[in-house]
Design a protein around this ligand. Structure first.
Ligand SMILES: [Zn+2]
Length: 848
């Protein structure tokens, strides 16, 4: 058999499955030496494992490094290995049947992509910070390992480095030896867990500590952000979540400490490393935030904590079952929050997040919740609205279907049976069947193994409710739905609840008896189901008149959510949505509904779903409304944030831009609206993009005022917004050529590059996007490529020829032998799908 080194940084499922039959009982002993102001670090890693002969190809250890200094195998120096760019290979003949110990000393470079071992320099105080981030396949950027979830191991880490730095790992320190400016910390050997959950965070972090029962809790952030941190608040959320989860799972927190570290330039919201969760710094609130933003942060805190059980203690065998991690974390975080006292309305916010799932599930690229993952690249692409949000929603449906008692009993049993092991879909299904007495296989087939979302329509007549179920657009699958519905009667203009009842919809239609005076029905009350609900014209008329009289905010939210789905499906005119939003926004008392379901949707409509003619009509109208609303002295701080957002995004005409200018200079002020640093940058970007005469002066001043790393990044965003062809060219070079800048820095520039009002200036960047994008996806890491493919795609070009261009690009690449990178293909197909959805909506407006 011939053997060739890997040409891509990838692990296939097949190779992983083979390897886990050969290797077992693995442990790592790792020593790292870190120095100040260095681009590199040294490592020594000893991997001990049992080996069972039977492979034919050499044994692969995943490993990316700059230089290997020495390798010893079973105590003897050896040169009998092959080193490729992404792995080191050992011939089976050199391995012992049974126990083996491989030791490698090496020098590696820090990463600047946010993943691997990322290093960050703080421009404000010149301090350095480092953190690891490995999911799904990056642990081997730090040390040689079997980098797959089902070869679980223990780790003993020792770090040598400057004593002024703090070192945070999955386990607590065992010995610390300080010698002047140098320190050596030997950590305790960890519990057994997968390589992607290993963590090390380093730097002069500020620390806050507390306890939950006997478990030490830590919160960390870098020095220059410590003034913004609200540790009391985060500890309160942490303690409440821990208590709720331990009680609900009937299984104690499985590790001996719980640290939460806010790290710079993080690619995701957070990462559930065992006992050492890392978070994006966007969760350190530098300014006043909306309630929904506080809730989202609490949700992330709780989500990561759920992972300590779902994911860390019990882990999916391979990435095709990623949902076993993410669906549970996503659902149980909202569910646990709703049982606590801090965020009782959490499930309403879960409904808002489900739009992510509905959107993803209607793309041609959708996949079943129980997905496939041929390799680690496909594994990465499964971190999407299906694995998280649809999975969460379907678990909520399961809980409603089998009852909470059985659901909960099954979860406890799952942990007791599979602690420290790996599981597959079948393990989950058999426990759910066992505890509920219901055969879950049929349920799984409908919900976990198929794609698409059903739509429900209802009619009221002759004292009956008739529900019609439609299959999803791509397949005609009809599913079994367990839902609640609420009937309302009309009392004057008000809608008053008549009844709320459970109904099982099993087939294309279902019927239920209604109280005779029922005038309006909301389906899927409390959002137990994963389904779209559409309204008839009559029901829409009732909603327009009386929606604000419905007392339950969750019910009002569901109606707004439906209206938005109807806009996207071309079943409700976007201009009518705006009209209704303007009419009802003043009376909406729940600011989260006002923000997420009315104003955010109006902003999305203005940017995506309007023809240029309609945009020219509606933007000034909305800007005027926002300015009037802002001026009302009775507004809360929360409302002011929302109205300011609308004011900013609809400002285009000279006097509208001038008004923004007066707000930033302080020539005008508005009650309870603070023009904080973030708002200042956003105003300057807007003025710059629109070519306002004062923009350059403001920009120049602001750069001197805000010297934080975020300030530098926002400045790059403003620079990219400048309506100037030379500037666009400079930025484009930065995006397409290798750069020493971090991914995070460049991402800010990408966000400032495209603007509706710069169409002519940006026209050349349509072709240039297609010329460059394949190379970026081939040569750069997945996070960078994803940002490029999303943010630099010319979204503003909404024409049939653009759709044709994408389709031709995808099809031609598919047929001439050079396959497009899978993630790029997915991205472009979704962008084409967006256009297929938008074009008929725009076409309909032209007729009027
Ligand atoms: Zn997660």
């Amino acid at each position: 058999m011939t053997f060739s080194l890997d040409t891509e940084n990838i692990l296939t499922r097949e190779a992983a499955e083979t390897r886990s039959t050969l290797v077992s009982n693995t442990s790592y002993t790792l020593e790292l030496t870190l120095k100040e102001h260095a681009a590199e670090y040294r490592g020594r890693c000893s991997v001990a494992f049992d080996y069972r002969r039977g492979g034919v190809a050499p044994l692969k250890l995943d490993f990316i490094t700059k230089q290997i200094h020495a390798v010893t195998l079973n105590g003897k120096a050896t040169e009998e290995y092959l080193k490729g760019d992404f792995a080191i290979y050992l011939n089976e003949d050199h391995l012992t049947e049974g126990r083996n110990t491989l030791e490698i000393t090496y020098t590696s470079q820090f990463d600047n992509t946010g993943s691997g071992f990322h290093k960050f320099h703080d421009p404000e105080d010149s301090e350095e910070y480092m953190h690891t981030d490995f999911e799904p396949y990056d642990a081997h950027r730090l040390f040689p390992c079997f980098d797959q979830p089902d070869i679980k191991a223990t780790y003993q880490l020792t770090v040598n480095g400057p004593s002024k730095w703090t070192y945070i790992h999955n386990a607590l320190p065992e010995h610390t030896r300080t010698n002047d400016d140098e320190v050596t910390i030997a950590f305790k050997r960890t519990a057994l867990f997968s390589t992607y959950l290993f963590a090390l965070v380093v730097g002069p972090y500020t620390r806050w500590e507390e306890r939950y029962n006997q478990i030490p809790l830590g919160i960390y952030c870098r020095k220059s952000l410590a003034k913004y941190m609200d540790p009391d608040n985060i500890f309160a959320i942490t303690r409440e979540a821990m208590a709720t989860l331990e009680a609900y799972f009937d299984y104690p927190y499985p590790y001996d400490k719980y640290d939460q570290v806010f790290v710079p330039e993080f690619n995701f919201g957070a990462m559930e490393n065992v006992g050492c969760v890392t978070f994006t710094e966007h969760y350190i609130f530098r300014h006043k935030k909306l309630y929904s933003e506080h809730l989202n942060r609490a949700n992330t805190i709780t989500h990561e904590m759920v992972h300590m059980w779902f994911g860390d203690l019990v882990t999916m065998k391979w990435w095709n079952d990623l949902w076993l991690n993410e669906s549970f974390a996503d659902y149980l975080s909202y569910f646990a929050m709703s049982k606590g006292t801090l965020f009782r309305d959490a499930l309403e916010h879960m409904y808002a997040r489900k739009e992510w799932a509905y959107q993803q599930d209607q793309y041609a690229t959708t996949h079943p919740i129980a997905a496939s993952a041929r390799d680690t690249i496909e594994a990465f692409s499964n971190f999407d609205g299906i694995s998280y949000s649809k999975g969460a929603s379907v678990l909520r449906q399961l809980q409603y279907f089998i009852g909470d008692e059985a659901f909960r009993a099954a979860i406890g049993q799952y942990f007791r049976r599979f602690a420290e092991q790996n599981t597959t879909l079948d393990d989950f299904l058999s426990i759910m069947s066992e505890k509920s007495g219901i055969d879950i296989v049929a349920w799984s087939r409908q919900w976990l193994e198929t794609t698409g979302v059903n739509t429900l329509l209802s009619r009221i007549g002759n004292g009956k409710l008739r529900i019609e179920q439609q299959g999803s657009a791509k397949n005609s699958l009809i599913r079994q739905h367990a839902i609640e519905f609420t009937g309302y009667r009309q009392s004057g203009v008000a809608l008053v609840i008549n009844e709320t009842r459970k109904i099982i919809i099993d087939g294309k239609t279902a019927e239920a008896q209604l109280k005779p005076d029922t005038a309006f029905v909301i389906l899927n009350t409390h959002d137990h189901d994963y389904v779209k609900v559409f309204y008839s014209n009559d029901a829409l008329d009732t909603a327009r008149r009386s929606l604000q009289t419905i007392e339950d905010p969750f019910a009002r939210r569901l109606v707004w959510g439906s209206l938005w789905q109807m806009v996207r499906d071309n079943a409700f005119a976007p201009t009518e949505f705006i009209e209704m939003g303007i009419e009802l926004a003043t009376e909406e008392k729940d600011v989260s509904i006002l923000n997420s379901h009315i104003i955010a949707k109006i902003k999305a409509i203005v940017s995506v779903y309007l023809t240029d003619d309609n945009r020219a009509i509606w933007m000034p109208e909305l800007n005027t409304m926002a300015r009037e609303r802002l001026a009302r002295p009775e507004n809360s701080e929360q409302e002011q944030i929302i109205w300011f957002g609308l004011l900013l995004e609809t400002a285009l005409l000279p006097d509208e831009l001038d008004y923004l200018h007066t707000l930033i200079t302080g020539a005008e002020s508005v009650a309870s609206l603070e023009i904080d640093q973030e708002k200042r940058w956003n105003i300057i970007a807007r003025l710059m993009a629109c070519g306002h005469a004062e923009a350059e002066q403001l920009f120049s001043n602001e750069k001197d005022l805000d010297i934080s790393d975020l300030g530098l990044k926002k400045a790059f965003m403003v620079q990219a917004s400048r309506p100037d062809s030379t500037e666009k060219e400079t930025c484009w070079q930065a995006f397409t050529e290798q750069s020493s800048r971090s991914t995070d820095f460049l991402r800010y520039g990408m966000k400032g590059f495209h603007w509706h009002m710069q169409k002519e200036l940006l026209a050349p960047y349509i072709d240039r996007f297609f010329d460059a994008v394949e190379k970026v996806y081939t040569e750069r890491d997945v996070h960078y490529a994803g940002a490029f493919g999303h943010d630099l795609f010319p979204h503003w070009r909404q024409t049939p020829d653009m759709l044709h261009k994408i389709e031709t690009f995808v099809n031609e690449k598919g047929t001439n032998g050079s396959e497009l990178p899978a993630l790029l293909r997915k991205q472009l197909i979704e962008q084409a799908d967006d256009l297929k959805r938008i074009l008929p909506i725009l076409e309909k407006q032209k007729g009027k």
